[in-house]
Design a protein around this ligand. Structure first.
Ligand SMILES: NC(=O)C1=CN([C@@H]2O[C@H](COP(=O)(O)OP(=O)(O)OC[C@H]3O[C@@H](n4cnc5c(N)ncnc54)[C@H](O)[C@@H]3O)[C@@H](O)[C@H]2O)C=CC1
Ligand SMILES: O=C(O)C1=N[C@H](C(=O)O)C[C@H](O)C1
Length: 269
């Protein structure tokens, strides 16, 4: 057991943090050697298993990242942009693989990740599930096969607590569509329509977001043509799919050189 590679989970009290802690602990492929929460959180200083309502795990929740990262081969991080940028610098310092699921990162955040990736492997994806990464490949192919008379719309739905929009997955799918069509997403994105918007810009890729209840994550990519419509859909019903992908990425990353990677690299798609 002691020879299994050590993994630290950040944001461990969160929806994904708890799922990840369970996935790593149950995997038989890695050991949970650290569990982090933000300073002031009431789980800090307590046993993680007890905090999650189960048996003690012998892992105390901490709020100081660097000593935890120093004991780990990989850090799995589904938190928030500011925390993720800080963790990237510290994971690089500890030469630990940094698996990033956090979405809503701004361009300046991405620059900070690029700098950190010169020292350690970073694996980042807006969605770590097998299904969504396969879907992105299909979207790229369909967009390449259809001309710009087919309007592309990405519609996503998530739980009421989600703080960013469009979702990381929606942006991934939009990027795949733009790549397939040979255009830049940044120059063709239409989102947040409201009021007297005017007609849809020709060739635009549209984004709409639904927020409500406990929806885990649903994504439709609609290709709307004259007289017909093609809809490619992914529905997540269990966050375990993201945790499974993240653990796979962490284990894969341990054999990689410093640099930036995504789930297409991990899954060999
Ligand atoms: N890439 C993927 O496959 C997926 C990505 N996500 C993304 O993961 C992120 C987290 O999602 P949820 O777990 O639903 O959110 P959540 O709000 O339930 O959990 C986030 C956790 O991070 C903690 N945190 C924030 N700052 C911290 C810091 N400085 N140090 C330690 N902990 C800190 C919070 O206290 C909280 O417990 C979001 O950006 C979400 O979009 C979620 C699911 C799948
Ligand atoms: O916040 C979530 O919950 C999710 N976030 C990711 C995203 O922004 O796409 C992945 C998944 O859809 C769940």
């Amino acid at each position: 057991m002691d020879d299994l590679p050590g993994i630290v989970v950040t944001g461990v009290s969160g929806r994904m943090g708890q799922m990840l802690a369970r996935e790593v602990t149950a995997s038989g492929k890695a050991r949970l050697v650290g569990a982090l929460e933000r300073p002031g959180h009431d789980w800090v200083g307590r046993d993680l298993g007890a905090c999650m309502g189960g048996a003690a795990l012998g892992v105390t929740v901490e709020d100081d990242p660097l000593p935890a990262f120093a004991r780990a081969r990989a850090v799995i991080d589904f938190t928030a942009p500011a925390a993720t940028v800080a963790f990237a610098g510290l994971a690089a310092q500890a030469r630990a693989v940094h698996v990033i699921g956090t979405t809503g990162l701004a361009p300046a955040d991405l620059e900070a990740l690029e700098a950190a990736s010169h020292h350690a492997a970073i694996i980042r994806a807006g969605n770590m599930s097998l299904g969504v990464n396969l879907l992105a490949g299909l979207v790229r192919k369909v967009a390449a096969a259809l001309d710009a008379d087919w309007d592309i719309e990405v519609v996503e739905a998530h739980h009421r607590m989600k703080v960013d929009a469009p979702s990381g997955t929606a942006l991934m799918l939009g990027e795949a569509a733009a790549e397939g069509r040979g255009i830049a997403l940044a120059d063709n994105m239409e989102s947040g329509r409201h009021g007297l918007t005017g007609a849809r810009a020709p060739g635009a890729i549209g984004f709409s977001a639904i927020r409500g209840g406990d929806i885990v994550g649903e994504h439709d990519v609609i290709f709307a043509g004259a007289g017909e419509r093609l809809v490619l859909r992914h529905v997540a019903t269990d966050r375990a799919i993201f945790a499974r992908g993240a653990l796979r990425a962490a284990l894969w990353g341990m054999d990689q050189k410093p640099g930036q990677y995504d789930m297409v690299d991990v899954l060999g798609l």
